[in-house]
Design a protein around this ligand. Structure first.
Ligand code: NAD
Length: 475
């Protein structure tokens, strides 16, 4: 753990093991923090808060620039650790480290743009001024699927805004969080400004952050179930909270789309991070007329995906996070098949004996998926492409919006009017038109409905860590 500028063991002395999800090997053990450790971390963040808030935005930007450069210098070793600890293929791990560094750079630049405003008054003897001030101590809780970029997506804007923070990384990926903190320490973040409690007991540490009056803002990325609990807790103290939660993205291939291009995009985004991405498509709607060409390209591309350990050459599909995730895949497939779906590829754990100690599930394609199947409503978070044929484009918007989630949606069309209509009418926070990566550090990321609220990245990402103050001045 990292508290008040020191690397520490847990007060209890306990540790827990971190394993490689591809083969079950123990990689290392880390401090197992609890309530008392979290209280110390909050206290350190609170003590550091007023001095850090007094630094200039230029001083804070300087530290973030340095952290960005250090992260890029260490991209290879960080990617290797990320691949071992989380499972994703090295190429994608390296991409994630770059994405993590992008947030450090973006918010280094944005720090200097915390401008404020002056507003005219109707009274000749009055002036109005608006200032943005740091919210104070931030409690940040991050997930395992993008374990380095989700840390910088939260800590970079918090630091830029002048906030101090306590981070609780996920129990399955604390090692990459530790390396990220070493970089921030080396870049010159003063003691107490950022703190980290590693733990195998997320609820204990999470509840301490939620309940403590010094913590004025919670930022969370994870499941909707946990997000709802945190939101309820934060409400009791009127804490600011931003939540990046689950999704159930529609991927729509319209009649006028290029079906081969659409299938290429569907393969890339559906199997990205072995399907463990909150923006992963869960319902792939394909117009009847485009179905044959789409499916044949999808099958051919899926057959070329290579499953295995992230560091092995040519691997594109790594393991899932744990065995429960494998069981969830099997249950969604079995349920869909029992209710009339057709299995086109995969459908079970791979038979390869080399992989039997890891949490693998074969890349799967199901067709004839229908609304009564679990996969149609439940987030999959794994490598299953659920394909649905449709023939009436008038129903499309309603079909796509028929979910409690509202994070990402994708549309393939070559018609500009269709593209505009979809952007305006789909109830999702992020929309890709013939584009499977509608995200970047400089644009807002976040959802509607049970996908959460608040935005990360972009200009909006910084506002989440600032309070708005209005001053009226009589002259
Ligand atoms: P999870 O909610 O179980 O875990 C996420 C984080 O919450 C972890 O750090 C975990 O330790 C912590 N946590 C768990 N219980 C807690 C509690 N009671 N109090 C405080 N913290 C607690 O989610 P998961 O299943 O591990 O992750 C996958 C989910 O995260 C998916 O639903 C996915 O869609 C979502 N996700 C969303 C985004 C996004 O940006 N919208 C990004 C990545 C993942």
């Amino acid at each position: 753990m990292y508290i008040n500028g020191e690397w520490r063991d847990a007060i209890s002395g306990k540790r827990f093991d971190v394993t490689n999800p591809a083969n079950g090997d123990i990689l290392e053990s880390v401090a197992d923090g609890g309530k008392e450790d979290t209280l110390k971390a909050i206290s350190a963040a609170n003590d550091a808060s007023s001095n850090w808030a007094k630094t200039t935005t230029y001083q804070r930007a300087e530290i973030l620039y340095k952290a960005h450069d250090l992260m890029i210098q260490n991209q290879g070793s960080l990617a290797e650790l990320l691949s071992l600890e989380q499972g994703k293929a090295y190429k994608f791990a390296s991409g994630e480290v770059k994405y993590a560094a992008d947030f450090l750079l973006w918010f280094a630049e944005q720090a200097k743009r915390i401008y404020g405003r002056t507003i005219p008054s109707s009274r000749p003897d009055q002036r109005f001024m608006v200032q943005y001030r740091p919210v104070g101590v931030v409690g940040a809780i991050t997930p395992w699927n993008y374990p380095i970029s989700m840390i910088t997506r939260k800590l970079a804007p918090a630091l830029a805004a002048g906030c101090t923070a306590v981070l609780k990384p996920t129990e399955t990926t604390p090692l990459i969080a530790i390396e990220t903190f070493k970089i921030l320490e080396q870049a010159g973040v003063p003691k107490g400004v950022i703190n980290m409690v590693t733990t195998s007991n997320p609820a204990e540490v999470g509840n301490t952050l939620i309940d403590h009056p010094y913590v004025r803002k919670i930022t969370f990325t994870g499941s909707t179930a946990v997000g709802k609990k945190l939101a309820a807790g934060a409400a009791m103290q009127m804490k600011k909270i931003s939540l990046e939660l689950g999704g159930h993205a529609p991927f729509i291939v319209m009649k006028d789309a290029d079906p081969v291009h659409a299938a290429k995009g569907a393969t890339l985004v559906k199997f990205l991070n072995t399907g463990q991405a909150c923006i992963s498509p869960n319902r792939i709607y394909v117009h009847q007329d485009a179905m044959n060409a789409f499916l044949s390209e999808l099958k051919s591309r899926v057959s070329k995906l290579k499953i295995g350990r992230g560091m092995d050459k040519g691997v594109t599909i790594g393991p899932l996070n744990n065995q429960q995730a494998v069981e969830k895949m099997q249950s969604q497939v079995d349920d869909a098949l029992a209710k009339g779906a057709t299995l086109i590829a995969g459908g079970s754990q791979p038979k390869d004996s080399d992989l039997d100690k890891g949490h693998f599930f074969a890349p799967t394609i199901l067709t004839s998926v229908s609304p009564e199947m679990k996969i149609y409503r439940e987030e999959t978070f794994g490598p299953i492409a659920a394909v649905i044929a449709y023939d009436n484009e008038d129903d499309l918007i309603n079909l796509a919006n028929d979910t409690d989630y509202g994070l990402a949606a994708y549309v393939y069309t070559q018609n500009l009017s269709n593209a505009y209509k979809m952007i305006e009418q789909l109830k999702f926070g992020i929309i890709g038109i013939n584009d499977i990566n509608p995200t970047a550090a400089g644009v807002p990321f976040g959802g509607m409905k049970t996908s959460g609220y608040g935005r990360e990245g972009g200009e909006e990402g910084l506002l989440e860590y600032l309070e708005v103050k209005t001053a009226g001045i009589s002259i």
